[in-house]
Structures are given as structure tokens and as C-alpha cells.
Design a protein around this ligand. Structure first.
Ligand SMILES: [Zn+2]
Length: 58
């Protein structure tokens, strides 16, 4: 079974969240905290490894 690894990168400062296996929640919490600390940083680039972008097959 392929493992999807999620992480996001802040577009404003390029900081990246930790990568998590098959779990989006820690990444979303990281993004919320990052926006809380840096109110101008609101856009994140999603990074998914293991699943090609734009394709979701099961
Ligand atoms: Zn940032």
C-alpha cells in the first residue's frame, strides 16, 4: 500500500512543516500555529509525496 506523506511549506518564508504519514491533521495544526505566530503568513503550498499531484487513485 502506498504511503502518502503530507507536508506544507509557507509561501511567505518558506518554512516547512514536518512531514507526516497519512495524516493531515498535524500539518494543519502546524499551519494554524504558524499563521498565529505570523499573521501575514497565510498561504501554504501543499506538498504530497507518494501521490502524484492532481491524481488521487485508490
Ligand atoms: Zn511563514
Amino acid at each position: 500500500m502506498p504511503v502518502a506523506i503530507f507536508s506544507v511549506a509557507c509561501i511567505a518564508c518558506r518554512e516547512e512543516s514536518e512531514a507526516t504519514d497519512n495524516e493531515r491533521l498535524p500539518v494543519e495544526v502546524w499551519a494554524l500555529k504558524h499563521t498565529g505566530l505570523n499573521p501575514m503568513h497565510r498561504q501554504y503550498q501543499q506538498k504530497g509525496f507518494g501521490t502524484p499531484a492532481g491524481r488521487r487513485e485508490r
